[in-house]
Design a protein around this ligand. Structure first.
Ligand code: PEP
Length: 247
């Protein structure tokens, strides 16, 4: 039985003050949500306040990115040790915005995943096809390549996969239930080819315009174990409703 996993990716949104206001309202809204992992990934500048406020709550902290070296002359980067020290238990790696705007390759993603796991951080590993790739029938090939390259020589423990079709991120277009289930089932088969039966324990999240209105039907898919939520995670009531999805 895979425990549902609902994660908020705030991207480059919220100051420290806005993070505090959100959490003041959100923490009580979900305090009784027991059978679900709840994760919030604020920007780096809000990790400190979030870590302090999430202490002794049922909400876990994630970073949105990481660098793969431990320390040194890498201006602007943040290491696995620093993220753990800041109170993170998770880190998002390979988000399509990182791949698209910051030229992250599968190889870089793989190095980041290894570095995060070495430090004991759990990884939310993002994959997904562009509209062009979907329309030219390449979706499954892209997913296969990203899974195999991203998870090369990475043990299964501490890995959560997020399937995020790029054309559905921030666009208001959600994958249909059939498209989501087809992709998730295929990803699980690819994971099984790497990890055998352990693939059944790996949670696969759907991401791409998840809202309070569509979360229930997405979560009803057999291979959808959770959600990675951008826009709809920025308001406490909307994200709380997603956390409390109905199956
Ligand atoms: C995301 O960025 O991970 C995401 C899924 O964004 P949105 O929910 O806004 O589509």
């Amino acid at each position: 039985m895979r425990k549902p996993f609902i994660a908020a990716n705030w991207k480059m949104n919220k100051t420290i003050g806005e993070t505090k206001s959100f959490l003041d309202e959100f923490i009580p809204l979900v305090k009784d949500a027991k059978d679900v992992d709840i994760i919030i990934a604020p920007p780096f500048t809000s990790l400190g306040i979030a870590s302090a406020m999430l202490k002794d709550t049922n909400i876990q902290l994630s970073a949105q990115d990481i660098f793969y070296e431990e320390k040194g002359a890498f201006t602007g980067e943040v290491s696995p040790v620093m993220l753990a020290d800041a109170g993170c238990e998770h880190v998002i790696i390979g988000h399509s915005e990182r791949r698209q705007y910051f030229h992250e390759t599968d190889e870089i993603v793989n190095k980041k995943i290894k570095a995060a796991r070495k430090q004991g951080l759990d990884v939310i590993f993002c994959i997904g096809e562009s509209l062009e790739e979907r329309e030219s029938g390449k979706t499954l090939d892209v997913l296969e390549r990203e899974v195999e390259n991203g998870l090369k020589d990475v043990p299964a423990d501490g890995i959560v996969v997020a399937y995020e079709p790029i054309w559905a991120i921030g666009t208001g277009k959600t994958a249909t239930i059939e498209q989501a289930q087809e992709a998730h089932k295929y990803i699980r088969e690819r994971l099984a080819s790497i990890y055998g039966n352990k693939a059944n324990e790996i949670r696969i999240l759907y991401g791409g315009s998840v809202t309070p209105d569509n979360v229930d039907s997405l979560m009803a898919c057999e291979d959808v174990d959770g959600a990675l939520v951008g826009g709809a995670s920025l308001k406490p009531d909307s994200f709380a409703r997603i956390v409390k999805f109905k199956k």
